[in-house]
Design a protein around this ligand. Structure first.
Ligand SMILES: Cc1cc2nc3c(=O)[nH]c(=O)nc-3n(C[C@H](O)[C@H](O)[C@H](O)COP(=O)(O)O)c2cc1C
Length: 156
């Protein structure tokens, strides 16, 4: 099965998760971005604002990637402001017609308080069909690379 792992990352956590998953699945790996510098304090505030107000206007996958040529795509994204980040949501909305039938959401979040699964599953409304699977991976005080490996193993 030809698999693509996509990720958006601000501080490289989601990148590490998707690298691990791609390694286990023998998948291709590509980054997507809205082209904005979201580093530092103002980047953090801007990310919260973009997620709450849903203001992402431009998102694209880096490199020459033909989404439709894959059997399965896993979309990695962090949680921002209590839900999947606006950049990931914009990606799903923009490419919904090019994505293969099998789409998985791989979401990273810091806290133990919530797993955000309700909001993660709600992204199916943007995709326009049910996703094939979802995982919410906690990063703080947790072996999140181990959790990523377990998830990848479940997809083999
Ligand atoms: C703007 C912003 C808002 C965040 N909001 C939350 C949140 O509501 N809940 C949570 O558990 N983690 C939250 N986080 C933490 C990230 O989801 C977590 O650290 C994630 O793994 C970072 O991924 P990255 O390094 O790939 O960017 C937030 C991070 C940022 C930058």
């Amino acid at each position: 099965m030809k698999t693509l792992c996509l990720y958006y990352t601000r501080t490289n956590t989601t990148k590490a998760v998707m690298e691990k998953i791609a390694g286990i699945l023998g998948a291709d790996l590509a980054e997507y971005t809205d082209g904005r510098d979201r580093s530092g304090f103002f980047g953090y505030i801007g990310a919260c604002f973009a997620t709450v107000k849903n203001t992402i206007s431009a998102v694209s996958v880096k490199g020459d990637v033909d989404l439709a040529s894959y059997d399965r795509v896993l979309i990695g994204m962090p949680v921002w402001a209590e839900g999947p980040c606006a950049v990931g949501r914009a990606l799903i909305q923009k490419y919904r017609d090019s994505l293969p039938p099998d789409v998985y959401y791989v979401v990273t979040h810091m806290g133990a308080k919530r797993d955000y699964m309700e909001k993660i599953k709600a992204m199916d409304a943007l995709l326009g069909r049910p996703s094939s699977g979802q995982i919410s991976i906690r990063t703080k005080d947790n072996d999140y690379i181990g959790d990523s490996a377990d998830f990848a193993a479940s997809l083999k």
